[in-house]
Ligand binder design. Structure first.
Ligand SMILES: Nc1ncnc2c1ncn2[C@@H]1O[C@H](COP(=O)(O)OP(=O)(O)OP(=O)(O)O)[C@@H](O)[C@H]1O
Length: 370
């Protein structure tokens, strides 16, 4: 998208950079924990934010919403500086939450319990200056858009969790925020309801071209809602890129776990053009001779076989843990640390400490850079 109207356009210089959406450079110190990162969400796009518990996702969203202070950095929206703080604290700018054009929607819909669904949405519009008539019409229109036409008279207590989240979404989007922040918005919903609300979110974010950040623990949310994924660990960005690229080539154990993949760090042996990690040896074309390469493969691509290893891709491993999964059993092994998904009957009789022989077809393994 061109930056027509920006300073370069005024000077007659073609500007091919994306229109500025939400941009932040934030350092926030919280005793033992510090958040130190940059974030850039082009206008109209959705970025997913994933990280383990305590990584700093909520802290970042709080900073962006103006609810949480930070120690150094800047938050900009549509090119306008909302907050700025230098390390010595001498130059600060602070825009209060109500004047930022940013809406934060969390797990809890936070509806007014004494107001009907319709009035909850209309209230948001009234606060933003709509007349009573316009607010009523807007509320009715938005309740229809989120699939709640006919339920406007109900109070939150008379709605299911998913319906309440739809009302909260209608209330948030009705005011056409410059940025929408979603903090695990589907976590408290059952799988089927979460799927419905996820589809609605996707549809409405796309239709309204709202600049959005969605913090989530679920890769399905990232794939369904976002164009880019930012992985945050220990207050630092460990990987960022198009969602599917990050999930296909996870740079950390956390990102691999999110993608449901094994990520095994090994070494390239130029002498025999192999890649190895412990007893796992795979043929290697030698095209990318990094000293340390990462093998990425699905837990379901690994088989437990009888006998001793005889070929490339077969190795012995010690079981450290057995986890029940809906589809069977996940076997965890050490040196290298690998997850293996097998049917329940294949895992019968196995216990932690046992040694087993495993096999992965080298064709099912992708060797990626370190
Ligand atoms: N006011 C505070 N004072 C001290 N530490 C804090 C404060 N707020 C947050 N923290 C710490 O900051 C870290 C990041 O917390 P945050 O809630 O942002 O993580 P998160 O990624 O959102 O986690 P979760 O996925 O569990 O919600 C945690 O270690 C937390 O204990």
């Amino acid at each position: 998208m061109s930056g027509a109207g920006g300073p370069d356009a005024a000077a007659g210089v073609a500007d091919t950079s994306p229109a500025p959406g939400l941009e932040a450079r934030v350092r926030a110190d919280r005793g033992e924990f510090s958040l130190d990162m940059t974030l850039s969400v082009p206008a109209g796009e959705t970025v997913a934010l994933m990280g383990p518990s305590g990584a700093g996702k909520s802290t970042l969203l709080g900073v962006l919403a103006g609810l949480t202070g930070f120690d150094e950095g800047e938050v900009r929206l549509r090119g306008r500086v909302l907050d700025r703080r230098t390390s010595d604290g001498s130059a600060t700018r602070r825009t209060p939450p109500a004047h930022r054009g940013v809406v934060l929607l969390g797990q809890d819909p936070r509806l007014f319990p004494h107001l009907s669904a319709h009035d909850n949405v209309a209230f948001g519009l009234r606060v933003h200056g709509a007349t009573k008539t316009a607010a009523a019409a807007g509320a009715a229109d938005w309740l229809r858009r989120v699939g709640l036409a006919g339920l406007g008279a109900r109070r939150p207590a008379q709605l299911s969790g998913g319906q309440q989240q739809r009302v909260a979404l209608a209330r948030a989007l009705a005011t056409t925020p410059a940025a929408l922040l979603l903090d695990e918005p589907l976590t408290s919903l059952d799988t089927e309801t979460a799927g419905d609300v996820r589809a609605l979110l996707h549809q409405q974010l796309a239709a309204t071209r709202t600049t959005a950040v969605v913090a989530t623990h679920d890769a399905v949310d990232a794939v369904a809602l976002a164009s880019r994924l930012v992985v945050l660990e220990g207050g630092r960005v460990t990987q960022t890129g198009p969602v599917r690229e990050v999930l296909a080539s996870p740079a950390t154990r956390f990102a691999a776990a999110v993608a449901g993949l094994n990520r095994v760090v090994g070494t390239f042996e130029p002498a025999d053009s192999t890649w190895r990690a412990g007893d796992l040896v795979l043929p290697h074309g030698g095209a990318r001779q990094h000293p340390s390469l990462v093998a990425v493969f699905r837990p379901s691509a690994v088989r437990v076989i009888d006998g001793s290893p005889r070929a490339a891709g077969e190795w012995t491993a010690r079981i450290v843990r057995l986890e029940q999964t809906p589809a069977g059993v996940r076997i965890r092994t050490a040196d290298p640390d690998v997850a293996v998904d097998v049917a329940a009957d294949r895992a019968a009789g196995l216990t932690p400490g046992d040694t087993i022989t495993l096999r992965v077809d080298p064709a099912d393994v992708r060797l990626v850079g370190p």
